[in-house]
Design a protein around this ligand. Sequence first.
Ligand SMILES: [Fe+2]
Length: 294
Amino acid sequence: MPVAIRQVHPVFVGEVSGIDITRPVSQPDVAAIEAGMDQYAVLVFRNQAVNDEQQMAFTRNFGAIENARGGNVTKEEDKRLVSGMNDVSNLGKDGKPLARDSRQRLFNLGNLLWHSDSSFRPVPAKYSLLSARVVNPKGGDTELADMRAAYDALDADTKAEIEDFICEHSLMYSRGSLGFVDYTDEEKQLFKPVRQRLVRTHPVTARKSLYLSSHAGTIIGKPMPEARILLNDLKEHATQPRFVYVHKWKPHDLLMWDNRQTMHRGRRYDEGQPRDVRRTTVAGDAPTIAQAAE
Ligand SMILES: [Fe+2]
C-alpha cells in the first residue's frame, strides 16, 4: 500500500499512514513524504517503534544529518546518545531525570520557548524528526505554528515593512530571556549571533513565511527595544490558536516538521518522571542571507 496523508488541522499538519519507517523506505514513498512536507509542513507518523539507527537511516532519506556541535551546553562526556541524535529528554547519562539545578536542564528549558531548530546556525536546519520513546505521564505536549499561514494573515503594510528585515539569532538571546546569562568564553564563541532573513520563501512551493524564533534578539539597523517589540508582536500574531497544532504524544509517535515553515515549543511536564524524546535533524542547504564579514 502506498503512503497516504490526511490533513488533521485546518491550515497544516498531515497524518501519514501506510508506512513502516523501521525498514528501508522506497524512493516513491520518500518523494511522497517530501511532497507532504512541502504541503503540510508537519507530518505525524504513529506506531513507529524506531531505534536510533533506524531513525537516523530514515532521516538520511531527506538530506545529511546536521552536526549538533554548538547547539547546547552539555559536555561531550555527559551525552547520553550517540552522535547524530539530539537528546530532548530530561535524562542524564545515568538514565535518571536531571537534578533541578543541573545546568544542562536549565539550558534545555529554552526548548519550551517558541523557536525554529538551529535558527542560531549560519545554515539553519531543514527538517526535525522527533521520536517518542518514553512519554511523560503529565504534560509534555509539543506545539507547532504554521508560519506561512501567519505570514499570509499579516496586513499589506506590515508585509511591506518587514520584507527585507534581517535579524540576529543566538542561543544567548533565547536563554538570556530566561535569565540564563553565564557562559564560558568557548560557549560565547560557539553561540555568536548569526544573521537570518525575517521573511523566507520556500524553495519548492515559493510560499512566504515568517522566520521567527526565540533565538532572534535583534533586527539589523533598529534600536533593540524597537526590534524586540516588533518580534514579540509578530510572535503573538503567529502563535494564535488558529495557526497552532498541539501534539499529544503517544509512545512510538514520530513527528516531523519543516523548520523553514514552522515554529514549535515543548510544554512543561512532570520532570520527576522520564520523558525520553530523541531528535534527528536534517541539515539545511543554504543560508537565508550572507553573514556579516568577520
Ligand atoms: Fe526544538
